[in-house]
Design a protein around this ligand. Structure first.
Ligand code: PMP
Length: 561
C-alpha cells in the first residue's frame, strides 16, 4: 500500500526486502527533504544570521518539532538530536552521577540490544553498581508469568530500569507503560529503547511517563546516523554532556565553561543537519500514517505467522500475538525470529539470498539473549509499511523450497541414482567417473551458483568429521558465522561445523593439503584463499564468513607446522 512511496522499490522491483528491523528503506519525502536542504538551503545551524543560515536553522528546528509531535512530547527542548539510539544510551549512562540515583541495581531485560547493555556495564563499574536480568521464557516469550517476575524484581534496590519497548531480536512488545509507572513508585530511572517501536506503534511520552526514550531515524524510514534522545527536563539539566565542543556552550574560558540549556547542551559539534531534516520528514510521514501502517503490518504478520507455523522444522521464538490482541503481554510487532531444526541457518539463508530476498541471520546484536535461548543465532524476518502479501508469500515459498533443498542435499547422490533407476537407466559412465574425481575438479566443472552449491553439499560428506569430545575451545575457529572446530584426530586433520557449505569448503581445503603433502610440497605456506577464489568460491563467502574462512585456513596452516 505504501510501496510506491519508496523510490528504492521502483529501482529494484525484484527485491523482496524483509530486513526492515536492521534498517528501513527511505520514504520519498525523506529523500526530497535531504536533497532540498543540500540543493537550496545548505548552511550550518545556530551560528549565523544570513538568510540561508536562518533557513537551515529553521528546517532543523522544525524537524525537532515534528519529532516531538510524533511522540506527543509538548516541550521540544526535551528532544535531543544526535547520531542515534547508541549515542543516546551512551549519553545517559555516561552522564548520570551517583546523586541522581537511588538504589544499587540496573535492571535490564534478557533480550536487550548490545547498545542497551554495554553502556550500563560501564556505568555499573564506574559507580560500583550491579546488573540484574529479567528473564524470558525458554522460547523467548514475555507473558504474564515473566511480567509478574519483572514486577517482583523492580523494587527499591533498583536505580535504573533500562529496556526496549520492542525487542529487535524477537519482536516482543513489552508493557513499558506499566513498568515506567512501577519504576516511578520505587524512584528508579526508566530508560526505554524505542528503536524498534517507533515505526510500528503509537508512542505517547506523556502517557508512558518514562524518564528517557531513545530511537534511531534509520529504522523509521529516515536517514542513517541520526536519532533522538528524549529526556525528562530535570534529568537532562543534571546529566553531564558526553560531547563537549562547539555550540553546546554559553561561555568558555581557558579553565572553565558554562553549558547551554538542553537540548543544545547535548548537541556539541556541527550536527548531521541533512539527517535531522530527513528525520523530521520521516516523523511527519509516520504521524500521518501510523494507524494505517499498524493495521497493514498486523495483517501481514498474521499471514507470515500462519505460514511459518505450517513448517514443522521451524522453532519460532518470542511472542506470537499481533499487537492489540491482549492488554499487556505476549504481543509482537511484525517480526519473526526462528531456528531450523538440524540445519545451519546460514546455509538456509544462502539459498534464500539467491532469490533476491533480504532477511537477517545472526545474533542481532543480542548475544546474551542467544545464550539464554541456547541458539547460535536466528533467522529474522521483519515487516514494514512497504511490505506486501506477495513479499510474504514469495518468502514462504522460497523458505519451504530451501528447507527441502537442504534436507534433500543430504541425499542428492541417492536421488540421482534413484531417478536414474526410475527412468530404467543404469548410472551412466559420467556419473561413475565423476564419483572418483577430486572435489576440486568437480567444483571447477560445475557451472553456475546452483551447481557449485550442489557440489559443495556433496563435498561436505567427504570431510573427516571431528568427534564431539574434540569440539572444545582449544580447537575452535571463530568468525565463520557458525561454530567450527579443526584439529588432528587419528593422524588426519578433522573438522566440524553445522554448516554444510563450510564443511564442503573444508573438505576441499583438506583435499588440497593431502595433495600437497603427497607431492612433498609445502602445505603450510600454500595460498589456500587464492585457491578458493580461483575456483570461484568467493561467491559463497558472505562478509561475515570471509573472515572465518581465512581464520580456518590460518588454523589449518598452524596445525601443519
Ligand atoms: N536498540 C535496538 C533495539 C536496535 O534494534 C538497535 C539497532 N539495531 C539499536 C538499539 C542501535 O541503533 P543504532 O545502531 O541506530 O544506534
Amino acid at each position: 500500500m505504501f510501496k510506491h512511496q519508496f523510490p528504492f522499490f521502483a529501482n529494484k522491483p525484484e527485491q523482496v526486502y524483509l530486513d526492515s528491523a536492521a534498517t528501513t528503506q527511505k520514504h520519498e519525502s525523506v529523500i526530497a527533504a535531504v536533497n532540498n536542504y543540500h540543493s537550496f538551503s545548505n548552511a550550518t545551524v545556530h551560528r549565523s544570521a544570513y538568510a540561508i543560515a536562518n533557513e537551515a536553522t529553521q528546517l532543523y528546528e522544525e524537524a525537532r518539532t515534528s519529532v516531538a509531535a510524533l511522540i506527543a512530547c509538548n516541550n521540544s527542548s526535551q528532544i535531543i538530536l544526535n547520531s542515534g539510539a547508541t549515542e543516546s544510551i551512551n549519553t545517559i549512562a555516561a552522564g548520570l552521577h551517583r546523586d541522581m540515583l537511588q538504589g544499587e541495581k540496573i535492571l535490564i531485560l534478557a533480550s536487550e540490544h548490545h547498545a542497551n547493555i554495554l553502556p550500563w556495564q560501564q556505568l555499573s563499574k564506574r559507580l560500583g553498581m550491579s546488573i540484574d536480568i529479567v528473564h524470558l521464557s525458554k522460547d523467548g516469550q514475555f507473558q504474564q508469568s515473566e511480567y509478574e517476575a519483572f514486577k517482583r524484581q523492580l523494587n527499591e534496590s533498583v536505580a535504573i530500569v533500562a529496556m526496549a519497548h520492542v525487542s529487535n531480536a524477537l519482536g516482543n512488545i513489552y508493557p513499558v507503560q506499566s513498568i515506567c509507572y512501577l519504576a516511578k513508585q520505587v524512584k528508579a530511572i526508566s530508560v526505554i529503547d524505542g528503536t524498534q517501536a517507533i515505526a510500528h506503534l503509537p508512542v505517547n511520552i506523556e502517557e508512558l511517563a518514562c524518564d528517557f526514550y531513545v530511537f534511531s531515524a534509520h529504522k523509521m524510514y529516515g536517514p542513517t546516523g541520526v536519532g533522538v534522545l528524549f529526556g525528562r527536563m530535570e534529568l537532562l539539566e543534571n546529566l553531564t554532556p558526553l560531547k563537549l565542543g562547539g555550540e553546546m556552550i554559553r561561555h568558555v574560558s581557558f579553565t572553565d565553561a558554562q553549558y547551554q540549556a538542553p537540548p543544545l547542551k547535548f548537541e556539541g559539534g556541527t550536527p548531521n543537519i541533512s539527517g535531522v531534516i530527513g528525520l523530521g520528514a520521516a516523523a511527519k510521514f509516520l504521524s500521518a500514517n501510523l494507524r494505517e501502517i499498524q493495521n497493514h503490518e498486523k495483517r501481514l504478520y498474521e499471514t507470515l505467522t500462519s505460514g511459518l507455523l505450517q513448517i514443522k522444522d521451524l522453532n519460532l521464538l518470542g511472542n506470537l500475538n499481533p499487537s492489540g490482541k491482549t492488554d499487556v503481554c505476549s504481543e509482537s510487532i511484525g517480526l519473526h525470529s526462528f531456528v531450523l531444526k538440524n540445519h545451519n541457518l546460514h546455509d538456509l539463508a544462502q539459498l534464500i539470498y539467491q532469490q533476491n530476498i533480504a532477511v537477517r541471520v545472526g545474533h542481532h546484536c543480542a548475544m546474551p539473549l542467544m545464550q539464554c535461548l541456547k541458539v547460535a543465532g536466528t533467522m529474522r524476518v521483519s515487516i514494514a509499511c512497504y511490505t506486501t502479501e506477495a513479499d510474504i508469500q514469495t518468502f514462504l515459498d522460497c523458505l519451504v523450497n530451501a528447507i527441502q533443498q537442504l534436507k534433500t542435499g543430504d541425499d542428492i547422490k541417492l536421488q540421482k541414482i534413484g531417478s536414474a533407476r526410475k527412468l530404467g537407466k543404469q548410472l551412466d559412465e559420467d556419473t561413475k567417473e565423476t564419483a572418483n574425481l577430486p572435489i576440486a575438479a568437480k567444483i571447477r566443472d560445475a557451472k553456475g551458483w546452483d551447481n557449485q552449491y550442489r557440489q559443495l553439499m556433496l563435498a561436505s560428506k567427504h570431510l573427516k568429521i571431528l568427534p564431539v569430545e574434540l569440539r572444545i575451545d582449544e580447537n575452535a575457529v571463530f568468525g565463520c558465522e557458525s561454530e567450527l572446530w579443526i584439529t588432528w584426530c587419528d593422524e588426519r586433520l578433522c573438522a566440524y561445523t553445522q554448516s554444510k557449505v563450510v564443511r564442503g569448503i573444508l573438505a576441499l581445503l583438506l583435499e588440497k593439503v593431502d595433495d600437497l603433502q603427497n607431492g612433498s610440497k609445502q602445505a603450510s605456506t600454500f595460498d589456500y584463499f587464492g585457491y578458493l577464489t580461483e575456483l570461484n568460491l568467493s561467491q559463497f563467502f558472505s562478509v561475515g564468513r570471509k573472515d572465518g574462512i581465512q581464520n580456518a585456513i590460518a588454523a589449518i596452516k598452524n596445525k601443519l607446522v
